[in-house]
Design a protein around this ligand. Structure first.
Ligand SMILES: Cc1cc2nc3c(=O)[nH]c(=O)nc-3n(C[C@H](O)[C@H](O)[C@H](O)COP(=O)(O)O)c2cc1C
Length: 351
């Protein structure tokens, strides 16, 4: 996958939890960007269906994102204490808490599926795949991308044979992609992360985090990225599977924050009551806490209650518009071109 050959330098963010659909990926492809499917939280059979559906809608290359297996840490006492603090929320929605499992989201089966389907780009988040996994993907003709949040992660990803890196800044919506959950890890903003990573590795970079208009696309390309990854700004498109309460919250001004309250792993979402009430008590226990809160989030979504739902969104979500995805992608490309031209003119005049 040569990112410089994309007609529009836009990569759709994989958006697990419902927003990523084959229709969204096909629309991004049709506009000249790179569409992505999110394998996270789905069965292998459902991912296979998504791949086949996307292939029936688009002949262009696309990506599939897979969650790297979580570290084997599990503080059962902290999870039980957190469960106690959530019971009233479950009761309020007439449901019970989920079983706090610690699983790997069918990692091996999803990698095998991607190989068998010869998926053009397979990206990983939440960790670095083993060299053998990357070799297996390469043998099957797939490119392997890894999402990183700092230069050390970038060096590790380069050492296992990654073909490109997605550099995620802390502005980004949804889960932080860090490899290890440590309070000592510095949270880098996108421009800082891009510069530091580019200084250490020579791989093509895709920039992610609060990129919601063409000037921001131009900015990350100027900073050395080969493409910009767009998440929140595509979530109001009719092709996205974003739930109604999530759409309503994204379209409004509203501050975002990182929280472990919903899943046990830091993720950025629009601040709501669940976050305010539970953030301080939530343990670093992913995906156990994700499974614990799943019934509450499902019930809240069905009831249209935005206060107990994970409203994942990047810091620029208020710029999202409810337009067809292809129109959004083409608009971002055109705006980026205009921004780059006027910057070049200005710098030439100054020089
Ligand atoms: C609803 C939602 C779901 C996401 N799911 C995934 C995912 O499954 N895999 C992944 O690598 N990143 C996921 N992300 C993070 C995005 O890939 C990307 O880093 C982020 O959307 C960029 O920030 P932005 O939303 O401000 O554009 C998700 C983000 C959101 C908002």
């Amino acid at each position: 996958m040569d990112l410089t050959k994309l007609a529009v330098p836009i990569v759709q963010a994989p958006l697990a939890g419902g927003a990523s659909t084959p229709e969204l990926a096909a629309a991004v492809n049709a506009a000249g960007g790179l569409g992505f499917l999110a394998a996270g939280y789905k069965t292998t059979g459902a991912v296979r269906e998504d791949i086949r559906k996307l292939r029936s809608l688009s002949e262009a290359p696309f990506g599939v994102n897979i969650f790297a297996p979580p570290a084997p840490v599990r503080d059962a006492a902290a999870i039980a204490a957190y469960a106690d603090s959530l019971r009233r929320d479950a009761e309020r929605h007439g449901t019970t808490l989920g079983d706090p499992r610690h699983d790997d989201d069918y990692f091996d089966a999803k990698v095998e599926l991607a190989c068998n389907e010869h998926v053009p780009v397979v990206s990983f988040t939440f960790g670095c795949p083993e060299p053998a996994v990357v070799r297996r993907l390469h043998e099957a003709g797939c490119d392997a991308w890894v999402t990183v949040t700092n230069p050390d992660e970038a060096l590790l990803a380069q050492s296992v044979g990654a073909d490109a890196l997605v550099v995620q800044g802390f502005e980004a919506g949804g889960h932080r992609a860090y490899f290890t959950d440590s309070p000592d890890t510095e949270e880098l903003g996108l421009l800082a992360a891009l510069q530091l990573v580019r200084n250490r590795v020579g791989l093509p970079l895709v920039a992610a985090g609060a990129i919601a208009d063409g000037t921001a696309v131009a900015a990350v390309l100027c900073a050395g990225a080969a493409a910009a990854q767009i998440g929140s700004a595509l979530m109001l498109a009719p092709e996205a599977g974003t739930s109604e309460p999530h759409r309503a919250a994204l379209a409004e001004e509203g501050s975002t924050r990182l929280t472990r309250a919903f899943s046990g792993r830091q993720a950025r979402g629009i601040v709501n009551r669940f976050m305010r009430e539970h953030d301080a008590d939530a343990p670093a226990a992913y995906p156990d806490v994700h499974y614990l809160t799943t019934p509450i989030r499902n019930a809240a979504r069905q009831a249209g209650d935005p206060e107990r739902l994970n409203l994942w969104a990047g810091q620029a979500h208020a710029l999202a518009v409810p337009a067809p995805a292809a129109e959004i992608v083409r608009g971002l490309g055109a705006e980026a071109r205009d921004a780059a031209k006027s910057l070049a003119l200005r710098l030439e005049r100054a020089g």
